[in-house]
Design a protein around this ligand. Structure first.
Ligand code: ASP
Length: 310
């Protein structure tokens, strides 16, 4: 039932002591997006508002509070897509942008290109009047200490995703006019190689929206999600199965069984059905549809996809 919004705050083995913060952060984001939708705002406005709340919340791996890369620097990626026009905008490897989702949106509206990276993306931000921040402002003590510990042990081995933190954020919304939009924002994986980009900002991999088919946002192990083109795979399944829940389950089952994929997806069908599924121990998410009196926020326990029907 429209309008509708669902947000995610990462898929991994979220320790119990962090569950309350994840629920609260996801709830605040979904509420911010809901207010936009309930007052006649667009799905794009709602997604941007919701993602900005989570970028500003230090518990998430997005905006301030993100993981540091091997050089001890925060490098951020974000993307947005408009299901009405299929216009998309994305940025990656930006170091001086506090809210990369808003920069991705400016790329969507104001650039002839879809994807800008690094210094060029920051130059576009300056041209668009988006202020550049001091990179130090994006670093929180928790992440600095984690980075110090990892550097001390000189641990460059790959760790299985899902045992480490990863709290990428994203949102999918449908507005009262029936338009879909999606957005994602992340600091990527911890101790990543400088210049590494995961699925999060990549159209079709981390996010996809088409009013005629559905919209989806992914989180999890980016190197795997890219191989499975997971967001578009989910949207294709929505179009085929005409059920957001079945589509989320089928996409995650394929992802898991084909490549041992670890991650999660949130999605909305063209009928306004909201769903999620994941193959990690937990997925943090929150959602609200028109028939609900308030936002529901949860840290879900693995492999259960649920839905809100009209
Ligand atoms: N997908 C993100 C990445 O690989 C991580 C995450 O979703 O938590 O950069």
């Amino acid at each position: 039932m429209i309008p509708a919004i669902i947000v995610h705050g990462g898929a991994w083995d979220i320790p119990p002591e962090l569950h309350a913060d994840h629920r609260a952060g996801c709830r605040a984001a979904a509420e911010a997006g809901w207010i936009v939708l309930a007052t006649g705002g667009s799905a794009l406005d709602a997604v941007e508002a919701a993602v900005r709340v989570m970028e500003d919340h230090p518990v998430f791996d997005a905006g301030r509070g993100s993981h540091l890369n091997r050089d001890g620097v925060v490098e951020l990626d974000a993307g947005m897509m408009d299901g009405r026009t299929l216009m998309a905008g994305a940025v990656a490897c930006v170091k001086r942008i506090a809210n990369p989702i808003s920069l991705a949106r400016r790329v969507l509206h104001d650039s002839e290109h879809v994807f800008l990276v690094g210094e060029g993306a920051e130059r576009f931000a300056e041209e668009a009047g988006i202020p550049l921040c001091d990179p130090a402002e994006l670093i929180v003590e928790r992440e600095r200490l984690l980075w110090e510990a990892r550097r001390r042990t000189n641990d460059e081995r790959r760790t299985e995703f899902g045992r480490r933190s990863s709290d990428t954020v994203g949102a999918v919304a449908m507005d009262a006019a029936g338009n879909l939009a999606v957005g994602n924002s992340t600091g990527g994986t911890s101790f990543k190689h400088p210049g590494r980009v995961g699925d999060t900002p990549i159209i079709g991999c981390g996010l996809y929206a088409d009013n005629t088919m559905g919209a989806a946002a992914c989180t999890g192990w980016g190197e795997q999600i890219m191989k499975a083109v997971l967001a578009k795979t989910t949207v294709d399944q929505i179009a085929l199965l005409r059920s957001a829940t079945d589509a989320a389950n089928v996409a995650i089952a394929y992802f898991e069984h084909r490549i041992g994929g670890r991650g999660g997806v949130i999605c909305i069908s063209p009928a306004g059905q909201v769903a999620w599924a994941f193959s990690t121990p937990h997925l943090a998410y929150a959602y609200r549809t028109a028939d609900m009196p308030e936002v529901v926020a949860e840290v879900g326990v693995r492999a259960i996809a649920r839905e809100r029907r009209e």
